[in-house]
Design a protein around this ligand. Structure first.
Ligand code: SF4
Length: 542
């Protein structure tokens, strides 16, 4: 078995197949599939997901070990769902001990209603950074892959996907794998974005063998982040009327997608939607035949969103305008560079005097409690503050990260649906962050790595923490890993501090349980268009 890192390094077009170790599939079946896939020399690895679509599956470490025993290199998905940083560290230690070094570091889908726990302690950028740090410190040769979706048709959502990919790569990711999509222009867009910046990180394009049922689900944005256009769904429906149920047409589309990816210059294809070794073998051979005429096929693989955003082609969406709140906050931060939200804070006499006063305040519990209440109430209405104690408003264009149900600090997950949140019926908070940065020409500042918060500070005054140097913020990461915490150990909807702290992510998360089954979210592409209008209004309003 050749290591995945070596295969990638060789520069030869490679294949990875997704192995869904879901609770519905018997483990023996998955292993039998792995044995057959191991016989296909072009397949560099089997990518093991045990958490597809937010449904808890089997133990991916156990499955990975068994898959490897059958001759297939495992690439284990490690999500940020349901694990705080302590348990993530334990998982990494296990993977290292078992010499399973290939890790697909992702945020993960919001858990389905049947799964109660919704723990999001860290995000995928922080996860990649941590694995890379562990690699450097212990010498364990982890090979880190990360996810990216070029298939975002809302302007800011798309721009942030690319920016977040840059952050993941800067944090230590060595390969990227795209979300599913059938839009060759978007595949090119991502490649061009990286080429323009001199980023040589290899990218695998997702090739999903699309059945009628999957197409209809994806048309409504399910699983989160996957989308199939009306036109594509109509074609797949027609194909499914054939005597083979549309199988040949599906495989042909898969082979054509692979040929296009080869032509564009992707490092390989990530095959999903089928586990059948014969199907995969056929697609690989057929793609070889089609490769010389990939440019003709390219024109066929155009199932994007008609009025959608394309970075290099058309931009029908209005550029965001500067709005009141960020303008005022920026002006205050520039005039008073010692305030906690200033984009570049400076050491000064005033800052030292304030720090001295706060040190005194900190020694008086009653006074510091009232100060904490003052800070909280002054920020609650304006920013939706939830008292995390590690304020990063200045690094996030004055949008509070705690208002993201997954509590991410470094950019959006891939689950958005045309700019709307995967979890609740609201615009993704990162759309606003990007819109404000774009309006003030400060997009590059969003590339700053934001470390995980010190959750031991939840419920304390972030301003005190800032001046006393005890919060976790850009440029001041605390080592919250080696000490084994503190991380988030309670479920988001059980977190008393969050529940009592205003318009919280906890409330939203609880509401989401109903929202997920509400027709508004399941209304398909047409509904998405309607949902996009208020979202657009919110964006312009800043
Ligand atoms: S202190 Fe934390 S919860 Fe409050 S506004 Fe700042 S980042 Fe948000």
């Amino acid at each position: 078995m050749k290591a995945l890192a070596e295969r990638v390094k060789s520069g030869q077009f490679l294949y990875m197949t997704e192995l869904v170790a879901s609770g519905l599939k018997r483990e023996a079946q998955v292993l039998e599939i792995a044995s057959k896939l191991a016989m296909i020399p072009e397949i560099a690895a089997g990518s093991i997901t045990s958490y597809a679509g937010g449904q808890l599956g089997q133990d991916s470490i156990r499955v990975g070990t068994a898959v490897r025993a059958r001759g297939l290199v495992p690439n284990v998905h490690l999500t940020c769902v349901g694990q705080d940083r302590t348990t993530i560290d334990k998982t990494l230690a296990q993977l290292g001990a078992l010499e399973m070094h290939n890790i697909f570091a992702i945020s993960g889908d919001w858990p389905k209603a049947a799964v109660r726990t919704a723990v999001f302690d860290i995000d995928s950028v922080q996860l990649a950074a941590h694995i890379a740090e562990l690699r450097a410190r212990t010498g364990t040769p982890y090979f880190i892959s990360c996810a990216v979706s070029p298939f975002k048709y809302q302007r800011e959502d798309c721009l942030y996907q690319y920016l977040k990919l840059e952050k993941k790569i800067a944090a230590g990711a060595e390969m990227a794998i795209t979300q599913v999509g059938w839009d060759a222009t978007k595949f090119v867009e991502l490649k061009k974005y990286l080429d323009e910046r001199g980023i040589k990180t290899p990218v695998l394009g997702n090739v999903y063998v699309l059945s009628r049922r999957a197409a209809e689900r994806m048309n409504t944005g399910n699983p989160p982040g996957c989308w199939a256009s009306d036109d594509l769904v109509a074609i797949v429906k027609k194909e499914s009327e054939a005597s083979d149920g549309g199988l040949q047409a599906r495989l042909e589309r898969g082979a054509r997608s692979i040929a296009v990816l080869k032509g564009i210059g992707y490092a390989g294809a990530y095959i999903g939607g089928t586990h059948d070794a014969n199907h995969i073998r056929w697609m690989i051979r057929r793609a070889e035949e089609l490769a010389p005429k990939w440019e003709e096929i390219y024109e066929e693989l155009q199932f994007g969103k008609k009025d959608g955003f394309y970075l290099y082609k058309r931009d029908p969406q209005p550029k965001p305008r500067r709005t009141f709140l960020p303008t005022v906050m920026d002006a205050a931060g520039k005039t008073l560079p010692f305030v906690p939200w200033a984009k570049t804070t400076k050491e000064s006499l005033v800052k030292r005097v304030i720090a001295g006063a706060f040190r005194w305040l900190d020694r008086h519990p009653t006074l510091s409690h009232w100060f904490e209440r003052f800070e909280f109430y002054s920020k609650k209405e304006v920013f939706g503050c939830q008292n995390c104690g590690n304020c990063v408003l200045g690094s996030m264009e004055y949008v509070c990260p705690q208002t993201c149900p997954k509590q991410m600090r470094n950019g959006p997950c891939g689950g958005t649906f045309h700019g709307a949140c995967e979890v609740i019926d609201q615009e993704c908070i990162w759309v606003k962050v990007m819109a404000r940065a774009e309006a003030s020409n400060t997009i590059n500042q969003l590339k700053l790595f934001i470390p995980p918060p010190d959750r031991a500070l939840t419920g304390t005054a972030s301003w005190l923490n800032f001046y006393l140097g005890r919060d976790s913020r850009p440029g001041r990461s605390k080592d919250l890993w080696r000490s084994g915490g503190p991380g988030r150990t309670v479920e988001i909807d059980q977190d008393v501090t969050l529940q009592t702290a205003g318009p919280s992510a906890a409330d939203q998360a609880l509401a989401a349980r109903q929202a997920k089954v509400a027709p508004a979210k399941a209304g398909g592409a047409g509904k998405a268009g309607e949902a996009g209008k208020p979202a657009e209004k919110m964006r312009q309003a800043g």
